[in-house]
Write a protein that binds this ligand. Sequence first.
Ligand SMILES: [Zn+2]
Length: 685
Amino acid sequence: MRRMLSFVTVISWLLAQLSGASVAAQPRPDAARGAGASAPAGVDLAALDRTVEPCTDFYQFACGGWIAKHPLPPDRRSFGRFAELQERNFEILRRVLEAPPADASADGRKASEFYAACMDDAAIERKGLAPVGPDLAMLDAWRNPDDLPVVVAHLHEIGVPAFFRFGSQTDRTDSTKQIAVADQGGLGLPDRDFYLKDDERSRDIRAKYAKHVERVFTLAGESPADAAEHAHAVVALETALAEASLDRVRRREPANTYHRLVLADFQSRYSPAFDWKKYATAADAPKFQVLNVTVPDFFRALNTLVETAPLEQVKAYLRWHVLNAAAELLPKGFADADFEFFKQTLEGQQQREPRWRWCVSETDRRMGEALGKAFVDATFSAQAKADTLKMVQDIKGAMRQDIDGLPWMGGETKKAALVKLDAVVDRIGYPDTWRDYSAVKIAKDDALGNQQRAIAYERERTLKKINEPVDRGEWGMTPPTVNAYYSPDRNNINFPAGILRPPFYRAGRDAAVNYGAVGAVIGHELTHGFDDQGRKFDGQGNLRDWWTAADATAFEERATCLANQYSAYTVAGDTRVNGRLTLGENTADNGGMRLALMAYLNGPGARSKDRVDGFGPEQRVFLGWAQVWCENARPEAERLKALTNPHSSNKYRVNGPLGNMPEFAKAFECKANAPMVRPQTCRVW
Ligand SMILES: [Zn+2]
């Protein structure tokens, strides 16, 4: 579901992957208006809700007009400014894919063929279950339990997430090298808690999940009795995996998912029943002596499962995952069932998205760099690159000043923090070298086969990195992506061309709004190097403690203040934000907003006190930030996000940081008892 720079690396994103859904294809006036030359010059006045005081609920003040004018289309779980821009980017890709230019590269043409096969639903319908036939037959014919590692290796190669994840990652204590990694996995539901929690909603989702698995088995030709029995076996097996899985909050601590083990020890101590050499040989992985076993207890539990689960149960589980992974590219019955459970029940979406939108997104996911150049040529200007670079420099300068002035941090840690800050590498737009897809075979009427071959190619690329030096030129996002990230093991910040467009940035627009929007995004990513997770890594990307004990304690106290602040927020009426799960992102939002304001006031804002559109300079910086977060979302999607997503709900990404800033209260002349003025403010950076 998410692209990763490398396997199970700790990566901090600006937001989780956008929901795959799409707006209806007809143009929407406001979305179109944001698109190009007629985009708002600065603050989007039409997005405001002036019936609400800025000091009462700034998110509503900044976004209420937009929210009212953009009711959720039935084919969306959520829709906001990020999704609006992603839609525009996808429309550019769609044009390129449907009519590749005469001078398109071989890879570009290949991406077009991938897209065309994905769009050919008549061929998909005609083929029925044939595309998964060989894999189902392989499972059916399998008799010897000792061959499980070979079976799993094959399924991993084609993207079936069976039992666990295996790949390569930067070694956390030697960031120049890559090592093999085995991580927990193998669940069908989006979080372990769905299997373990006993509240009514979790039980209900669990029951509906079992029904869904049963329905898919029936569609695949099983008798109703067999399908029900097998579905029960699948949920029981996944529940055992869930029980052994580390939860998301504990996974945020990098040391909790780093256990460098000698392969032979791992084999004998944790996993005697599963032959790892057999797995590695079948996976065609280079020979390795050590690996990171992220969660050793998970593999101990997996070992028990391998020893005790009946072969029929394991087969049912693997059959389910083969069908589940292929659902979108199987006949309509499967795709409908998949939609009804995963999108409708879990996230509240009412209708399937248009096919073109899913296929563009899928092409971007599997062969994104084959498309990247065309997107960059169509959208990304030298001006955008230069302006962004300038803002990055200004914001780094602001962070230097911020660190210097911190009252709670001692001189020794400050010095080390500045060394790390100076080592941050910034990358803007797109990679220097494009990934080569010449080894991927694309066939005209074989949508699922294309997907599996593209996944197998990416997996081969990942496995080949084991024992190799880290390639620091690689990107973890494709150029059309509306997102950004910080990578702690490389200590770099990354801004794809796709986000350097309105409403985030526009050449020549009011600088206050550019700094508040994309400037704060830059500050957000930079702050990730110093959040509760990022601070555990040094400037070279190694997991190393560079803090004095007293400063680490002072940091934790301040972070706890933020965790408590956000834990008091609720979404969808009844679900609490998890302040510990979202701590890194909230720290980054708070730091990013402060750095953007500082950089603006040090730079363009120092020269101008003008009011524009009735707003002063600081006010426009705050509005710039708030207005990129305008969004509507379904309650189901909000609840799922609160449970699984490290980012807070958009409303709190605006009101949370601004409530902590006296600069905000001053800019809008808020009374001391106004709702937007928190009686006790939290501040880390
Ligand atoms: Zn982030």
